[in-house]
Design a protein around this ligand. Structure first.
Ligand code: ATP
Ligand code: MG
Length: 395
């Protein structure tokens, strides 16, 4: 990577936001500030559709800075940059030094110039040509080997002429999406599995702030199963700038379902009650949707009929971003976001401890609601579960 303490952040969709654009940009700046604050002092400023991030403290770790920026939604590209004087000598020397800092041996390169400052005496193609020559000479002098390829270069050296000149020789992909906090709030039903953290990540990527709701059934589910969910919430929170996790005791409700309802309807009824509890918690927090990791046909409780019955229990929109994805596709995202190793730890989930041998794969809503009438005062049990929920604020 180019050695520097300056980064130009490029954003995509935000630039299309018309009159609301400053609000999105400010949200992005706030999120960048909060992501980098633990590393030291930074200056974060905006100019010409670019956010300039500059490390102000001496010993800030550049690799960690980039790792953190890669988790800020709204950033399309992270460009480590070197600032220099707006004169050709300085630009050529700086560009050559940036390439020499990189792993260039045997590779190809190309220079591209963006001239935001139209008063600069040379035109873009001339600048690129001169800088290209300077890079070739510098590498030759250092005894190295590099060649020009204008069609498919390994290294793209960008010269940006703005208030100063900036040299960018390395473009790192950002997370894309929209800044968290610009897209409302939703409550994620977070289990310890692979799917729900991915679902939460996908919704947060669109700028949505998340609360999370986890159901556990001690002593049937262990403290370690809960710790695993807290760990997953922490991983998510590195993208969402914090998460409020509700850990809801579910044992009494589950036992009541087992005692009073037909065995083959157990899972669906349980899932409908999860929805009702999550919705009440969502309303308390100003969340306007629920999010789950369901995917059509993955298990008996995710057939079209089962999803119909589960959905009918919720009075607000339920977003299921994994709905059309195969397990492999979900797993690929889980690995990419760093959740997979935690998700596959083998701890039990309340959904899996009392699984009926023959769950109904085609439940009918009228039969399910009829069966639910046999539950002991479910409204009171729901209220009690919410009252007894533990709230864990993850920063
Ligand atoms: P996951 O991999 O996310 O655990 P899954 O494939 O195991 O999902 P289910 O157990 O049927 O599927 O759960 C479907 C969805 O219901 C989950 O993605 C999650 O959103 C929600 N869910 C399941 N169990 C819990 C739980 N204990 N607490 C909160 N939400 C849950
Ligand atoms: Mg699960």
């Amino acid at each position: 990577m180019q050695k520097t303490d300056l980064y130009l952040l490029k954003y995509g969709e935000i630039a299309l936001k018309g009159l609301n654009r400053p609000k999105f940009e400010q949200k992005l700046i706030d999120n960048v500030n909060s992501a980098l604050a633990p590393l030291g002092k930074f200056s974060v400023k905006k100019a010409q559709s670019t956010i300039y991030v500059e490390a102000l403290d001496e010993d800030i770790d550049g690799i960690e800075t980039v790792e953190r920026l890669k988790k800020v939604f709204g950033i399309v590209n992270i460009c480590p940059a070197t600032r220099c004087e707006k004169g050709m000598d300085s630009i050529k020397e700086t560009a050559a030094r940036c390439v020499l800092d990189m792993d260039y041996e045997g590779k190809s390169f190309k220079v591209e110039t963006k001239r935001e400052d139209k008063r600069f005496p040379l035109k873009s193609p001339e600048i690129s040509r001169e800088v290209g020559g300077a890079v070739l000479r510098a590498v030759n002098k250092a005894g190295g080997n590099i060649k020009v390829d204008v069609h498919d270069p390994d290294i793209l050296v960008q010269v940006e002429i703005r208030d100063s000149a900036y040299i960018v020789a390395d473009i790192i992909s950002g997370a894309g999406g929209m800044p968290v906090g610009s897209g409302g709030r939703a409550a994620l039903l977070l289990s310890g599995g692979i799917d729900s953290p991915v679902a939460g990540w996908m919704i947060a990527k669109r700028g949505v702030t998340l609360d999370a709701v986890y159901f556990h059934s001690p002593p049937y589910t262990s403290e370690r199963a809960k710790d695993k969910v807290v760990d997953l919430a922490k991983i998510l929170s590195s993208y969402t700038r914090g998460i409020r996790l509700y850990s809801v005791p579910f044992t009494d409700i589950q036992l009541d379902i087992i005692d009073n309802c037909p065995k083959n309807m157990l899972t669906i009824i349980m899932r409908r009650i999860m929805m009702r509890i999550a919705e009440k918690i969502a309303v308390k927090n100003g969340d306007m949707a629920l999010v789950t990791g369901e995917s059509i046909g993955q298990v008996a409780s995710q057939t079209m009929e089962a999803l119909y019955c589960t959905d009918a229990a919720a009075g607000m929109p339920v977003f299921r971003p994994c709905i059309g994805m195969d397990k492999e596709e979900i797993t690929a995202i889980s690995k990419k976001i760093g959740a997979y190793e935690t998700s596959i730890q083998p701890y039990e989930d309340c959904c899996t401890i009392f699984v009926p041998k023959h769950p109904k794969t085609k439940p009918r809503l009228d039969e399910i609601t009829e069966a639910e009438k046999s539950l002991t005062d479910i409204e009171a049990m729901i209220e009690k579960a919410i009252e007894d929920a533990e709230i864990i604020n993850i920063k």
